[in-house]
Design a protein around this ligand. Structure first.
Ligand code: HEM
Length: 417
């Protein structure tokens, strides 16, 4: 029987791992029957694609996420386009020189952009946030200490990364709630089941955000502060970002940075509760937390897939890909490939050789990897001591509406009887 897998369909969201195994074994160069998108599922092929940006272009991110189906502008989108134009005072369909921004651009344009944004994420800058992260986490786990109901997603996994990124950007506290609303709406409109509803779901939050940012960006250029936006527009550097680029980068930070870290913390909690012996290990030896976080990144990868498009014909382990093919690169499948990981479906917090590719690989390797690792470590150190006396309020898990990122939408913990 042929495999019916479609990378952008919700069919396998609940438990995608059996289908990934089937793809790796039987169809390592599967082609989505409706979308025509090729799917790479073996670690070797996924790593090859990410390593060879000249053959596997990141323009595929833009092409698949925004230039297909419901995301193509049509007559029904005119009101949303008009609203965006009025709020943001720019044409939403205008593409700047870099087209897809940092994540959708290839070298050498990508490298120029990346060297500017790297300034904001140096190891020193990231490490300096640890005390503040601990403060935020401690303030949020108060309900756990008081034995009250606690939703890990709502009460910790969402507020920690959103607060950190908003404070890093220098955004006013009262707009933080809007930041989360904008980022949820963008992820859902671009990668969720409402994708076919058209551009409005995406343009409305982007327009509101752009309107807010329009006042902040020029202000920081005139009066730089000690925040991320100031670093990006600092006039003392020759290569700074223009307003479109800063805006595109902030949207990327919100979406790539918040949703993913929230899901990592949510997935870590679900996985530990489902594996009491592993939870006991971590409880007995809290120094295992960073290693446990790496194992969760492998075992329940927050970003399931990326897209690329081929610039030439290329031979992979499963066969030949033509030039101009759109390709889904399934990180979550690569991270369970038995050719690379012993007993890959086992969650093992003491696993030592863990070459997962949850943060990607090569030129686009996640800019925020060390920030995400630190946030997850801080969050799990605060949570783990409370987990043995808690259980999920419901057996059923509701996953967020996205084919791209995976994590529980909510995760209420109650005190075990
Ligand atoms: C668990 C959390 C995270 C995961 C799993 C994750 C995953 C990824 C992956 C797989 C990529 C590669 C994209 C590609 O090759 O096309 C990526 C890129 C990126 N990530 Fe993350 N990410 C996380 C957290 C963060 C955070 C906290 C930030 C920033 C605050 C961030 C910012 C970015 C940016 C800006 C890029 C684009 C880099 C480039 O194109 O050069 N990410 N991330």
């Amino acid at each position: 029987m042929t495999i019916q897998y479609e990378p952008m369909s919700p069919g396998a969201w609940k438990d995608p791992y059996p289908i990934y195994q089937e793809l790796r074994e039987k169809a390592p160069l599967h082609r989505g029957p409706e979308s025509g998108i090729y799917c790479l599922s073996r670690h070797e092929d996924v790593a090859f694609a990410l390593r060879n940006a000249q053959i596997f272009s990141s323009r595929g991110m833009q092409e698949v996420l925004f230039d297909r189906g419901g995301m193509r502008p049509g007559l029904r989108d005119l009101p949303a386009l008009a609203r965006f134009f009025i709020r943001a005072r720019v044409n939403p369909l205008r593409r700047n020189a870099q087209g897809g921004g940092l994540i959708g651009t290839d070298p050498p344009e990508h490298d120029a952009l990346r060297s500017v944004v790297n300034r904001g994420f140096t190891p020193r800058r990231v490490a300096a946030w640890e005390p503040r992260m601990r403060e935020i986490a401690a303030a949020h786990v108060g309900a756990l200490e008081a034995d009250e109901a606690f939703d890990v997603v709502r009460d910790l996994a969402i507020p920690l990364p959103v607060t950190v990124i908003a404070e890093m950007l220098g955004v006013q506290g009262e707009r933080m709630r809007d930041f989360k609303r904008w980022s949820d709406a963008i992820v859902s409109a671009a990668t969720g089941t409402k994708r076919d509803a058209g551009l409005a779901g995406m343009l409305d939050p982007m327009g509101e955000m752009r309107q807010y940012m329009a006042s902040i960006i020029p202000e920081r250029r005139r009066n730089p502060k000690d925040d991320l936006i100031s670093v990006l527009v600092d006039p003392r550097h020759e290569d700074t970002l223009d307003e479109d680029q800063v805006f595109g980068f902030i949207v990327l930070l919100l979406v790539a940075g918040n949703e993913t870290t929230t899901n990592l913390i949510g997935n870590a909690t679900v996985t530990l509760l489902d594996h009491p012996a592993e939870l006991e290990h971590v409880q007995a030896d809290p120094a295992l937390v960073p290693q446990m976080v790496e194992e969760v990144l492998r075992y329940d990868t927050p970003v399931h897939l990326l897209f690329r498009s081929t610039t030439q014909e290329v031979e992979l382990s499963g066969g030949k890909l033509p030039a101009g093919a759109q390709v889904a690169v399934i990180l979550a499948s690569a991270n369970r490939d038995p050719r690379v990981f012993d007993d890959p479906d086992r969650f093992d917090v003491t696993r030592t050789s863990n070459t997962h590719i949850a943060f990607g690989f090569g030129v686009h390797f996640c800019l925020g990897a060390s920030l995400a690792r630190l946030e997850a470590k801080v969050a799990m150190e605060a949570l783990v001591p409370h987990l043995p006396k808690r259980r999920r309020s419901s057996e059923e898990l509701d996953y967020i509406d996205s084919f791209l990122v995976r994590g529980p939408r909510s995760l209420e913990l109650i005190v075990s009887a």
